[in-house]
Write a protein that binds this ligand. Structure first.
Ligand SMILES: [Zn+2]
Length: 252
């Protein structure tokens, strides 16, 4: 017998697909130009379309600073985000609802706790940001660029939504809830060994094959290596084979 929860979820998904379909011409015109989808077969594309439809129904994508967000823009973001959860399931995007699009890179000046209380951090200019249990914030200019001509290991949508998978269990530490059958011990061993090796390379000034930003924290390591997994799997396989293996088991 099928568990009731799964049946209800499927029924809910069917209702969404029937009542809120993405028009065929929009889906075709958006997805045929997106580099990430070049390697997907028709079956995978059909599945991705279902998940994108669900995403657009469940999440809100809004523009700020005068950016008008059209349906093709929403599909561009949602479809690439859903590539991460294509084989994990929609529950991996639970716990948040909003995506905010800026026209370009945006400036942040977060408060930080120190001995004096809350003080402003140094201002930074970002292409994307993901808040734990809060919105994903993206620069549309960077989303567009990565959609059509990403560089190996650079993809802002994959990066920020990978943080969402990581944060699903309440904290971002490079350990998302793993699939059934995967070992937390093996995951932690593979990722921490490669993370520490990268940190050593960065601190000793050696050149790295992986974007050195990954050495910022275990959470950034997971997000950056997820970008490599989808955009440059061969580099990842060569530099960090054990991480590649773990990410293959996770993302499938
Ligand atoms: Zn990050």
């Amino acid at each position: 017998m099928r568990p009731l929860g799964v049946t209800l979820q499927r029924w809910h998904m069917c209702r969404i697909l029937k009542r809120h379909p993405i028009p065929h011409h929009v889906w075709k015109s958006v997805t045929r130009c997106i580099l990430l989808f070049n390697r997907l077969n028709p079956f995978q594309m059909a599945h991705l379309r279902e998940m994108t439809t669900w995403f657009l129904h469940q999440k809100t994508i809004i523009g700020v600073q005068g950016l008008e967000v059209t349906l093709p823009m929403k599909v561009t973001v949602a479809a690439q985000a859903c590539l991460l959860i294509q084989n994990l399931g929609v529950t991996y995007f639970d716990g948040w609802v909003e995506v905010i699009l800026y026209p370009g890179a945006f400036r942040v000046n977060h408060l930080q706790q120190d001995d004096m209380g809350l003080v402003p951090n140094e201002a930074r200019v970002l292409a994307g940001e993901s808040w734990l249990r809060g919105p994903v914030i993206l620069s549309w200019e960077d989303v567009e660029r990565d959609s059509y001509q990403y560089q190996a290991g650079h993809h802002v949508v994959l990066h920020e939504f990978a943080h969402k998978l990581d944060g699903l269990n309440g904290t971002t530490n490079g350990m998302p809830p793993l699939r059934r059958g995967m070992s937390r011990k093996r995951w932690a061993a593979a990722l921490s060994t490669s993370y520490e090796a990268l940190c050593r390379q960065v601190t000793t000034g050696k050149s790295t094959f992986i974007n050195p930003y990954a050495a910022t924290s275990p959470a950034e390591f997971f997000a950056v290596l997820s970008e490599y997994y989808f955009t440059a799997p061969n580099i990842l396989k060569k530099c960090c084979p054990s991480v590649h293996q773990q990410l293959s088991s996770f993302y499938q």
